[in-house]
Ligand binder design. Structure first.
Ligand code: NAP
Length: 278
């Protein structure tokens, strides 16, 4: 009889059935030959604390965290990385052997790595970055852009106070624009990012004019269902370099996988195909 423990990880949220993370991590476990499992767990908000207490005892080495627990887990963690604290949310928990829960946020890392891979030579300091939306994902995007050298981050959000809050938290490099005039802030932008849910299957219609968009701009969308969003279609038609949002999901997962299972996975075409079920 072997006493080797098989490491377990997973994703907690509710609803969770739609998550692509199990397909991704299971693919990496399989191709790297690691004996481990990654499990989706539907956890109600009222059960979060009990779940985090029980999971390490059941053999879990960590979990990803998704809606609606990303903010609340910070109050239950023992150690919080600076970037998770700044963003105010965590997407990756590590259950340490000493019993402490370590919370990190890798969404911004995934966002930057996706752009670097999808548009070689891209850097945040190429010129102004225009961001549509100021929700939870936008916070991680703005934090990572400022950290990696962006000099001007323009933000427009339907609910303006959320954009103002980003300026208050991230400083004067953040410039808030009016949502009804969001199309104008695309003028001169080197990078354009949609962090709203507009353009998502079953979501609202993306109808911001791309008239002012330069063909030199790099355009990305956090929405990845569909992969080719209305923003990306319009930007491609104007000659821009486009980077879809699936890569962000794949790259944000890599640091957690490495911490839990001890090997750094690669994000390549085969990884994308596995997650898309192709
Ligand atoms: P969130 O916190 O709920 O924020 C939603 C954002 O969309 C807010 O800025 C909201 O504006 C805006 N919005 C929603 N409906 C709108 C409408 N009809 N008109 C104008 N603006 C509207 O959600 P989130 O967590 O930031 O996620 C946002 C999107 O990013 C989702 O589609 C999510 O799937 C995607 N995402 C992708 C990745 C990835 O790895 N690719 C990671 C995280 C998130 P208000 O503030 O005015 O409500």
């Amino acid at each position: 009889m072997s006493d080797i423990k098989i490491p377990l990880a997973g994703v907690i949220g509710t609803p969770i059935a739609h998550s692509k993370s199990p397909a991704l991590h299971s693919y990496w476990l399989r191709t790297l030959g690691i004996r481990g499992h990654y499990i989706p767990m539907d956890i109600a908000p009222g059960d979060l604390k009990a779940a985090l207490k029980a999971l390490p005892k059941l053999g879990f080495v960590g979990v990803n965290v998704t809606i609606p627990h990303k903010e609340k887990v910070l109050g239950l963690a023992d150690l919080i990385t600076d970037r998770a604290a700044l963003i105010g949310a965590a997407n990756t928990l590590i259950f340490r052997p000493d019993g402490k829960i370590h919370a990190d946020n890798t969404d911004g890392y995934g966002f930057i790595e996706n752009l670097r891979q999808g548009s070689p030579g891209w850097t945040p300091s190429n010129g102004p970055v225009a961001i549509l939306g100021a929700g939870g994902a936008a916070r991680a995007v703005v934090a990572s852009l400022i950290e990696t050298g962006a000099t001007e981050v323009r933000i427009a959000n339907r609910t303006r106070p959320r954009a103002e809050a980003l300026r208050a938290d991230f400083g004067p490099k953040v410039v808030v624009h009016d949502w009804p005039r969001a199309a104008r802030m695309l003028d001169g932008a080197a990078t354009v990012v949609n962090t709203t849910s507009l353009g998502m299957s079953g979501g609202g219609e993306f109808n911001i004019s791309l008239e002012a968009l330069s063909p030199d701009a790099v355009v990305t969308d956090l929405v990845y269902a569909p992969l080719m969003t209305p923003l990306l279609q319009g930007a491609e038609a104007r000659g821009c370099t486009i980077v879809d949002g699936l890569g962000m999901l794949l790259h944000q997962a890599a640091p957690g996988f490495e911490r839990w299972f001890g090997m750094r996975p690669v994000v390549d075409d085969a990884t994308r195909a596995a997650v898309l079920g192709r």
